[in-house]
Write a protein of this length. Structure first.
Length: 93
């Protein structure tokens, strides 16, 4: 499952609940967070979080791998409109 945790407070709360339901069910969760650094600046990060089980099969902790994708998001925001314009220009009228 992939989620984008950035669409406002209420939506983010619902998505966080879904993330925890997924993890507590023993499944891997993948998604994107809009987070705040210690200096207060905002950044985007892709995350994959997995539950880890103990010898009895109980979830004992979670491990996550995160990547700052802020620049990728900026690049996509600049590239996508240009690609859409090119696609529209190439269509027969």
């Amino acid at each position: 499952m992939s989620q984008n945790l950035s669409r406002g407070r209420r939506h983010a709360c619902e998505e966080y609940r879904e993330m925890w339901r997924t993890l507590k069910a023993g499944k891997v969760w993948q998604g994107v967070f809009h987070n705040k650094r210690k200096d207060g600046s905002m950044y985007w990060e892709a995350a994959s979080i997995s539950p880890v089980r103990d010898d009895d099969g109980e979830i004992s902790y979670f491990i996550g791998v995160k990547e700052d994708i802020t620049q990728r998001r900026k690049d996509e925001a600049q590239t996508l409109p240009a690609m859409e314009s090119e696609a529209k220009a190439g269509r027969p009228q």
